[in-house]
Each structure stands twice: as C-alpha cells, then as structure tokens.
Design a protein around this ligand. Structure first.
Ligand code: AMP
Ligand code: ZN
Length: 478
C-alpha cells in the first residue's frame, strides 16, 4: 500500500456554537448546503471589523464548495428595525441616519449597501446567491408574527408585540445564558415586559406618520423587530430547517438566541443544525465598532496604500474563532508577505506547463500536499495553518515550479487571494504540438534518440520548447 492510499480524505469538521464542539459536518440533503449569514445594517459604512466576519463566512463557503457541496448562501440587508439598543429600545438606526443626513431612509440604505458590496468585491468575497432586503419582506414577517400570536407565544404592550421567552423551554440554549454568566436580567429594563429576555417581534410607531418606514399591521402603524427579519427571510429562501447560520460572536446572546426562539416556536421543530460565529477584530484590545467610528473602511485602507487583499491575507493569519488585534504595522507586514506571494506566483507561472507528465514520486508528493491542505482547512477552517502550508510548498526543493503553481492556484479556490489573476495568458497546447510531443516521448522510450532529437528541433521551429522530466516531458513556449 502506498502512502497516498494509507491517508484518508479528511472530513470537514466545524465548531458548532450550539454544542460547543467540533463536529463532522453532515448536510440535511446529501450534497446541498443551505446557509444564512446575517448581513449588514446599512445605516453607515461597514468597517474592517465587520468585513472580517464576512471574510470568515467566505472561507466557510469556499471550503464547502472545495469539498464538493453545492452551496446556497442567503444574506440579508437590514434596512429597517435595528434599534440603537439590542434591547428593543432607542431609535431605528436607519431612521436616525436619514434624519441626520437629511435623506430618504431608502436612499441611505441603498448608498451604504452599495458601498458594502463594492468592498465585498474588492475583498474577493463570493457574492451570496440570494441577497434579501428586510423592507421587501414585510408580509412574510407579519405572517410569522401572526403564527406566533395564534400559537400563544406573544403578548401586546403599548409599544409592540412581544415574544414571551418563558414559553419557549430551550430559550438561551445557544448562548448557554446562565452557564456563561450572561444573566438575562442584566440585559435590559423590564418596562412592560413580562420577562427581562422577552423581545419585540413587531414595534408600534410612537406617532404614526413620524417615521419614514412604517406599515399597517395588527391594527396600528408599525415596523418589524430586527430578529424577526432574519427568521422570516432565512425560512423563505432556505426552508424551515436548514444547515448553517453564521454571524459575529456579538450576535450569540441576543439576536441569534431570539431568532431560534421565534423560529422553533413557529414551526415546532429544530431550525438550524450548525451555528458558526467569528470572533472580533479589535484595536488596542477593544472591539472595533460602528458606534465608536469604526476605525477604517476598506476604501480608507486603500487610500493609505494597502490592497484590500492584503487585509484579506491579514485576516487569514488568525483563526476565525480567535480575536485578531488590528495594527497598521501588522497590515504592512501582511502587504509585504502578500507581495512576496504574488512575485512567487508570477515566477512559477513562467515555468507552468499545461502538458506535463509527472514522475510517480512527485505525483505522490503533490497528492500529499493536497491531503494536508484538506486536513488543515477541514479542521474547522484553520487558515493560519493553510498559509503555513502555502509557504512550505513554495520552499519545497523537490517540487518543480510548475507543480508549485498548480497546487497554489488550486488552494486559492479556498484562500481567495486571487492568485490566478496574475496569470497573463493561459498556455493552450495545440493538438498537433501535443501529437509531436507524444511521438517524441515514444521514440525516447524506444531509445531512438536520433528521431527524438529531430522531433525536438521540429517542435522548436514551431515555437515550442520541450524539456525531459522523469517518465515524461514539459512543454512551454519558446
Ligand atoms: P452590523 O452591521 O452591525 O449588524 O454587523 C455586521 C456583522 O459584523 C455582524 O455579524 C457582527 O457580528 C460583525 N461585527 C461587528 N463588529 C465586528 C468586529 N469588530 N469584528 C468582527 N466582526 C464584527
Ligand atoms: Zn440576523
């Protein structure tokens, strides 16, 4: 048995916040994966901290695809209902920004969503398959609230319709609220709520006509709570039971906990199988947050001379579950390493041979690297180890440049550093050239060196260089 046969293809394992364990990923349907990722609240620019979260989700999606799964990814755009406090108090963030900037709420949302998707593209993040705006799904949200009313999970106060968390026995299972000391009682003031953890499914407008965005429902004017948006839209596009739900760790104790409570109460069954959360990007030890100004956006980093993909590289150097402290020095170092990587790719590309027969020994070596890459990336997306492997390959004296190039481009399907774009022209070997090369290989094997030399000259005259490698040949343009 050779080495390759002895090593198993590593299965994809993901850390599930729900169980606090790394689990082998098993989709509900054999090869199809449904995934919902909480999207931006578009009242301001998404800062580099937010973008770290979307980069983590991109690595997850690319890894699922690399493992052969068909992925359907849904991302929402929160353009109404997210209040300045997660505890159903304060102003609607979009309305507040519209007032401040003297604009229409929908223009605010459209502008910041546009900037966000520009940054998504700059970071080479694969666009979601479904992008859904909250304001386009108000009937679905009303329908979900109605279902909860009928099932007896709600009560009405002066300012809205609330979910009674004492009626959902598993409330807090995601955040393990009591275990982790996240006592519900310290979250919010009670006001008219029956329990401190109860939350608004639907809010009534304080004075109808004052808000730009309000809808008539439940006999009054009002607007959806932030949590109901994600439950309604995810179930619309992915069904009542789907595979993965993601977001930042700040969403575990309130937003995602409430999403689970209302979704599972409405359907009476388990909602999502795997919950994945990314840790924060911090600055001098504190979370980068919009309310504190957000530090930098991707465009701002560009203005001071950094490539967005150097920021992507920086994020890959830390595991998504660890905090990553941002500094311009570290970004500078990542830009330098990314430049070195690009130079290596350009150098390897020059030697890249599309028609190549590798020796068995090298085939085994490249296969080993492929398995090693899967081992690290399938081990809960270990991007720091994946990058270390990239540099091991670059330094490996036993691999040809061509083999290195091929491996790195392949792994870039997951890393997303856009390495293939450095390839100026793809080398396509015409069939007549391939025929001559094969004929020459045959003559060499038959030890007919005279004929083999003649065919080499012929290839040269046609503009092709042929190099002999163990058991085969490599073709490149002269
Ligand atoms: P928001 O637009 O505030 O709803 O945030 C969008 C996403 O960014 C959410 O999934 C947050 O959990 C995440 N997020 C916010 N701040 C940070 C940060 N400093 N580092 C990493 N992720 C963050
Ligand atoms: Zn959400």
């Amino acid at each position: 048995m050779n080495k390759k046969e002895a090593r198993e293809i590593p299965k994809l394992k993901l850390f599930n916040t729900l169980t606090r364990k790394k689990e082998v990923f098993k989709p509900i349907k054999k090869n199809d994966v449904g995934i919902y990722t909480c999207g931006p609240t578009v009242y301001f620019y998404q800062h580099i901290g937010n973008m770290r979260c979307y980069l983590f989700e991109d690595i997850l999606i690319r890894t699922l695809k690399f493992n052969g799964f068909n992925v359907k990814r849904v991302m929402n755009i929160t353009d109404v209902g997210h209040l300045t406090s997660d505890a159903d108090e304060g102003e609607d963030k979009i309305e507040k920004a519209a007032k401040k900037e003297g604009k229409k709420a929908e223009d605010i949302a459209e502008y910041y969503a546009g900037v966000f998707f520009d940054d998504v593209k700059k970071l080479n993040i694969i666009m979601p398959d479904v992008i859904c705006k909250a304001t386009d799904h108000i009937p679905e949200m009303i329908e979900l609230v109605e279902k909860l009313i009928k099932k007896g999970y709600t009560y009405e106060t002066d300012d809205g319709i609330y979910f009674d968390t004492s009626k959902f026995k598993d409330y807090g299972k995601l955040a393990k609220l009591n275990i982790e000391g996240l006592e519900a009682g310290i979250r919010t003031e009670m006001r008219e709520k029956r329990n401190p953890t109860d939350f608004a499914l639907w809010k009534f407008s304080e004075k109808p006509g004052l808000r730009q965005q309000e809808w008539s429902a439940f006999m009054k004017m009002g607007f959806p709570g932030w949590h109901i948006e994600c439950s309604a839209m995810s179930m619309k596009y992915l069904g009542e039971h789907f595979d993965i739900h993601c977001g930042g760790i700040d969403h575990i104790s309130v937003h995602h906990t409430n999403e689970i409570a209302q979704s599972e109460s409405a359907t009476g069954k388990k909602w999502v199988n795997y919950w994945l959360h990314s840790n924060f990007l911090t600055f001098k030890g504190s979370k980068i947050s919009k309310s504190k100004g957000g530090l930098y956006t991707i465009s701002e980093l560009e203005k001071i001379g950094f490539e967005p993909l150097a920021f992507r590289y920086l994020c890959l150097t830390a595991h998504y579950r660890s905090e990553l402290n941002f500094s311009l020095e570290d970004l500078k170092a990542s830009q330098k390493t990314y430049n070195n990587l690009k130079n290596k790719i350009i150098e390897f590309r020059k030697h890249f041979k599309t028609e190549r027969i590798d020796s068995d020994e090298n085939k085994e070596k490249t296969e080993e690297y492929r398995i090693e890459f899967l081992e690290v990336i399938n081990d809960n997306l270990n991007t720091p180890k994946a990058l270390a492997l990239v540099w091991d390959i670059i330094k490996d004296k036993n691999l040809s440049e061509s083999e290195k190039y091929e491996l790195l481009i392949e792994f870039d399907d997951v890393l997303g550093l856009d390495l293939a774009s450095f390839e100026k022209e793809k080398i396509v070997v015409p069939s007549e050239i391939k025929k001559i090369a094969e004929e020459r290989l045959k003559s060499r094997k038959e030890k007919n060196f005279k004929k083999s030399d003649e065919l080499r000259v012929k290839l040269n005259k046609l503009g092709w260089k042929i190099d002999d490698v163990k058991d085969g040949y490599e073709l490149s343009k002269v």
